[in-house]
Design a protein around this ligand. Sequence first.
Ligand SMILES: Nc1ncnc2c1ncn2[C@@H]1O[C@H](COP(=O)(O)OP(=O)(O)O)[C@@H](O)[C@H]1O
Ligand SMILES: [Mg+2]
Length: 284
Amino acid sequence: MSEPALVALRGASFAYEDGPAVLSGLDFEIREGRALALLGRNGSGKTTLMRLLSGGLRPHEGRLTVDGQPVTYDRKGLTRLRTTVQLVVQDPDDQLFAASVEQDVSFGPLNLGLDDTEVRARVAEALAALDITALADRPTHLLSYGQRKRTAIAGAIAMRPRVLILDEPTAGLDPDGQERLLTTLDGLREAGTTVVMATHDVDLALRWADDAALLTPSGVRTGPAPTALARTDLLREAGLRLPWGAAAAELLRAQGLLTGTEPGPRTPTELAALATGRPGTPGG
Ligand SMILES: Nc1ncnc2c1ncn2[C@@H]1O[C@H](COP(=O)(O)OP(=O)(O)O)[C@@H](O)[C@H]1O
Ligand SMILES: [Mg+2]
């Protein structure tokens, strides 16, 4: 028997007040150590699903489990969930509220009742992981959008969650900010955090994720990213297009530049390497 998923929803249904069902009978799993991209068009329910996974919303039917154990929505159960799963919402201005970066990042650990030494250690570690140590005393309202985003992520990391869920983390970032974010996420993954992101960016998902979960009207379809993101039928059902890397892989196979089992290119550098027969550098 395989290990239970780190976090799972089973048969989950949810509707907002007076609204139609956003999700119904949904099964969804987060597996430890697998970078997971949750993909779907605008309004498909990505944000709703992430809020169900992090305990901000409670499913009307079905249940949420951590390590196979049902989550209870009392104080103790929610504290356990919050030290397991942390959600970084799309707009940092919905998450930040304290006067300074350090105060904001220390809020979660203080709320857990940790002592000062432990709180300080966690805040220092989170600021370093996000490369914002120099901004510790900066008022949050004087930060750039990218800096606010990093501060919001640091606040989640300071809780030392096993799963970090990011809702559209690259939205609003310039290409350099996006690269920095992906480097940061690589570092978190190496340190053992399971990272999940919601996005409608199929190219980003193909490049970054181990697994891709496509939110379609008939449910979630999950598979290894290179396979799931080459399925034009599933992509169409989800209202998404083929990633350029998958389109390039198809052409490269037809031209004999890629064998059946070789993975396709995920970055322009990998594409160039395939075309010239040189090994690619990941992430380039
Ligand atoms: N707070 C809310 N109240 C009522 N309806 C909502 C609320 N948030 C989202 N919805 C609706 O739920 C559906 C799914 O939205 P959402 O989960 O935000 O999708 P996504 O993140 O994929 O864009 C949409 O139809 C949206 O209009
Ligand atoms: Mg959303």
